[in-house]
Design a protein around this ligand. Structure first.
Ligand SMILES: Cc1cc2nc3c(=O)[nH]c(=O)nc-3n(C[C@H](O)[C@H](O)[C@H](O)COP(=O)(O)OP(=O)(O)OC[C@H]3O[C@@H](n4cnc5c(N)ncnc54)[C@H](O)[C@@H]3O)c2cc1C
Length: 399
């Protein structure tokens, strides 16, 4: 393959992971990131055991674990009664079954680990304030045009530019993500402000009719991350703090008192409208491809968006290493990833309905979710067993 640099649009988790994987092969990579500072913002993120073999390939297992918390367990609660519905087992059982733990980490810290590792690779250049607008390609190269009119040439282009990807728009052309009628509020606060009675050392999801709430500890148990997600007809409107607070109070009026005590601590100023896309069969075109949210954004049901982006990155780099040219490599990468990522999207949608069901459907879902730990592991094995990378013949266990 040619020695010109590979261009990567977007320096988020997926973009830096693929930059690092390619950089470690000795390739030249230019990461074009629209913001002034790479990864300066963010909330908590959960990562399943399937991501650890990828971290091992990237050489960052120890650095990630040093910044992570391994929750005592991941527990689903009925948001109305407070009863436990089911749980993913704790560390020892997960390591034994899947070869790695379930972790929670501040997104900024994970991004920092990837950034430091990228900076240590001589072939990687990080270019902030570079917003990719469009691309052209011929048989030998790709030329990217930026929003401010610059033209940047490379051997190939990887769009890791997120949910509203400019690179995807040119390949798939399926418009804006579709709002699903739900919004999210996120807050990080000092853990000593968390009310008594809340289990601070677990990753928790409370499911209720039309709403859920997620919480877990962060940063060596100094911080606490809370995410409130709910259905609302006003998702498209611009509201202020009073409007949001009033709506949250009404939505969660039947919720368990512990949920209400956590909502009272949340900063409700900012809200995220949750959007979705349908899975597609192809997301590559010649020497251009996309990964992560640009390729297959999923609802947060499985908390796997970042894991999928990082699996994509490792798979894509392995394909580049083992194929003759970029077109063949991107075709092989796409083929390796399509069904798995579409399953996360589609099963995630179905479970999303289950999380938020009302009436008799809610009773059915609660019974469906109520599995013992062994059955939960079996249900998640398609996901947590991870992937075999092209050119390797075994799933490596890592952590
Ligand atoms: C409420 C919520 C909770 C979540 N929780 C979890 C979780 O617990 N676990 C999990 O695994 N996932 C979770 N996710 C999903 C996860 O955040 C994403 O799937 C993941 O960040 C995708 O990574 P990415 O690199 O593809 O995209 P992003 O992280 O969105 O990065 C895209 C990057 O591209 C840059 N960019 C955008 N456009 C351009 C352009 N035109 N030119 C140059 N640069 C550009 C952006 O500035 C950004 O840096 C959650 C998402 C939400 C909304």
């Amino acid at each position: 393959m040619p020695d010109e640099p590979i261009l990567i649009a977007g320096g988020g988790l997926g973009g830096l992971a693929v930059a690092l994987a390619l950089g470690k092969q000795g390739r030249r990579v230019r990461v074009l990131e629209q913001t002034a500072e790479l990864g300066a913002i963010g909330y908590g993120i959960q990562l399943g055991p399937n991501v650890f073999p990828m971290f091992e390939r990237l050489g960052i297992v120890d650095a990630v674990l040093a910044q992570s918390i391994i929750p005592r367990a991941c527990i689903m609660f009925d948001a109305l009664t407070g009863a436990e519905v089911t749980r993913i087992p704790g560390e020892a059982a997960l390591r034994q079954r899947f070869g790695g733990p379930y972790i929670v980490i501040h997104r900024v810290d994970l991004h920092g680990v990837l950034l430091d590792a990228c900076k240590a690779q001589p072939g990687i250049t990080l270019e902030p304030l570079t917003s990719v607008a469009s691309f052209e390609q011929d048989d030998t190269r790709v030329v990217v045009t930026t929003d401010d009119g610059r033209r940047i040439e490379g051997a190939a282009l990887i769009g890791a530019d997120g949910l509203r990807s400019a690179v995807r728009a040119q390949i798939v052309n399926d418009g804006e993500p579709k709002p699903i009628g739900y919004v999210a509020h996120r807050t990080i606060l000092p853990i000593d402000r968390v009310p008594d009675g809340v289990q601070k050392d677990i990753s928790a999801i409370w499911i209720g009719p039309g709403f859920h709430l997620v919480h877990y500890p962060l940063r060596h148990d100094a911080l606490f991350n809370i995410v409130a997600v709910f259905r609302t007809g006003t998702f498209g409107e611009k509201g202020d703090l009073d409007f949001h607070a009033d709506e949250v109070e009404r939505t969660y009026r039947t919720a368990h008192p512990l949920i209400k005590s956590m909502l009272a601590l949340m900063d409700l100023n900012r809200r995220w409208v949750i959007g979705d896309r349908d899975p597609v069969r192809h997301w590559s075109q010649g020497r251009v491809t996309v990964l992560g949210d640009a390729a297959h954004p999923a609802l947060q049901t499985f908390a796997q968006g970042a894991c999928m982006a990082i699996e994509d990155a490792a798979t894509l780099a392995a394909c580049v290493e083992h194929e003759q040219d970029f077109t063949a490599a991107f075709r092989a990468y796409e083929k390796a990833r399509i069904v798995r990522t579409a399953r996360v999207q589609l099963e995630g949608r179905s479970m999303w309905d289950g999380y938020h069901a009302d009436g008799i459907a809610r009773d059915v879902w609660l019974q469906t979710f109520a599995r013992d730990e062994r059955a939960v592991c079996e249900c998640l094995s398609w996901l947590y067993d991870g992937v075999t990378l092209p050119g390797t013949n075994a799933r490596t266990s890592a952590a």
